[in-house]
Write a protein that binds this ligand. Structure first.
Ligand code: HEM
Length: 399
């Protein structure tokens, strides 16, 4: 799988890109197993208050009102939270270090142009900048792994958990930190932006989602009063309630993923004998790519497929069950998304903070409200930003 994504998307850097020498070969299966142990309910519960603190700290830098570009600011927010989940407190608590990491990450991300994917060995200036950023990224992360390895008192942070589980250094850096950042930040960041945009123009669902958040707080945040900070009240809701007690938010996320997946592909490598699919022979070792919009925008499955309509998954309609494998937002089969629980939790937290603590609107570059949600730029293969410039105008109503 890692090979496939390297060919098709070219964005996740690896140690071989910078010829770093490590003895151990990374076992993808082992990495997924370790990632799943890091995303158990208990561990998520452990890290949850820090996660909400991070989100609140960043949101506080926006001031009581103003405008923000969600496709920059919410990405930064998801980045901070991902660093919290995938590394250690020494890094996640240091805004300067996170900002440096963010800069390196962006250089790598921006170096992933269509030309770079088609001509991966062409030494363009973008390619050189990307390679330098990749090397700096590894050196920086290695210093934190070494710091934690030599720490006298172990912690429950991700790097410590991985070290104590015997994960090799290259696996910790390449798979967990870099892999998780690249797999998680773009997908989660992009979808959290779109869910807020879609919701702002659908008042019925916005009202339902706001009521759900308020009910959750009324039920679980009983030890705190309304005068306590919103993020603390949200942090007192157990992770299990975020996971199982938010059917409205689940439907919103499900529908947003269907719409944003337009340019996405699922990849599979044929590791068995040659097979024939649709009259084409697929040899052993060949990659198969399936464009998700083929099923996600199929009007015989999803009525009015380009419209945001979270009610299509509700009992009585269940359009995603009209055909086998009709919903592929989190992948399917033996290798579905290993970060789904984390991604959903992060998206729900941002959503809840916005719904309970902000009045917001979507406006154009000149500050005028947009009457409709802008279209997704389907040529923006990684970030799926809107075709038309748009920002969020906000006023904080609760802090
Ligand atoms: C909204 C956010 C996300 C979406 C929509 C998403 C979507 C997906 C999809 C569709 C796949 C399957 C790809 C395929 O079959 O070709 C996948 C795989 C994967 N995702 Fe995610 N993902 C998200 C967030 C995350 C996060 C936060 C992490 C890490 C913490 C993560 C880690 C992974 C990994 C490791 C795999 C490979 C699983 C395997 O090969 O067994 N993802 N994701």
């Amino acid at each position: 799988m890692r090979e496939g994504y390297k060919i098709l998307q070219g964005n996740t850097p690896t140690l071989t890109d910078i010829k770093a020498d490590f003895d151990e070969e990374i076992q993808t299966g082992e990495f997924i197993r370790r990632l799943l142990t890091l995303t158990t309910k208990e561990r998520l519960q452990d890290v949850f208050p820090s996660l909400l603190n991070d989100v609140n700290n960043l949101i506080s830098t926006w001031g009581p009102q103003g405008t923000v570009d969600p496709f920059t600011e919410l990405y930064k927010l998801v980045f901070q939270v991902t660093v919290r989940m995938a590394t250690c407190s020494e890094l996640a608590d240091d805004p300067e270090a996170v900002s440096r990491l963010w800069g390196l990450y962006q250089t790598v991300e921006k170096g992933t142009t269509p030309a770079a994917i088609l001509f991966p060995r062409f030494p363009s200036s973008g390619r050189k900048a990307r390679d330098k950023a990749t090397a700096d990224l590894f050196v920086m992360l290695l210093s934190y792994v070494e710091l934690r390895r030599n720490a006298k008192v172990p912690s429950s942070d991700a790097i410590d958990v991985l070290l104590s589980g015997g994960a090799p250094t290259n696996e910790i850096i390449e798979c967990f930190i870099i892999g998780v950042i690249f797999a998680g930040v773009v997908n989660t960041g992009m979808n959290v932006c779109w869910v807020l945009l879609y919701l702002r123009r659908d008042l019925t669902w916005k009202t339902r989602a706001t009521a759900e958040v308020q009910q959750l707080m009324a039920k679980h945040a009983t030890s705190l009063s309304k005068s306590d900070p919103l993020h603390k009240r949200l942090a007192s809701i157990p992770v299990s309630a975020w996971e199982a007690g938010m059917p409205v938010a689940d439907a919103l996320i499900r529908e947003t993923l269907r719409l944003t997946s337009g340019g996405g592909v699922a990849l599979q490598r044929n590791m068995d004998n040659a097979v024939t699919i649709g009259g084409k022979s697929i040899a052993r070792g060949d990659f198969l790519a399936y464009l998700l919009e083929d099923v996600h925008f199929d009007a015989s499955i999803y009525s009015d497929p380009y419209t945001f309509d979270p009610g299509r998954y509700e009992a009585g309609r269940e359009e995603d069950k009209r055909a086998p494998f009709a919903y592929l937002g989190w992948g399917i089969g033996r290798h579905p998304c290993a970060g789904m629980k984390v991604a959903k939790l992060e998206m729900k937290v941002v959503l809840a903070l916005f719904l309970a603590g902000f009045d917001y609107d979507i406006v154009d570059g000149a500050g005028w409200p947009l009457t409709a949600v802008p279209e997704i730029d389907r040529n923006d293969i990684h970030l799926a930003r809107p075709l038309q410039p748009c920002t969020i105008k906000f006023k904080r109503t609760e802090e």
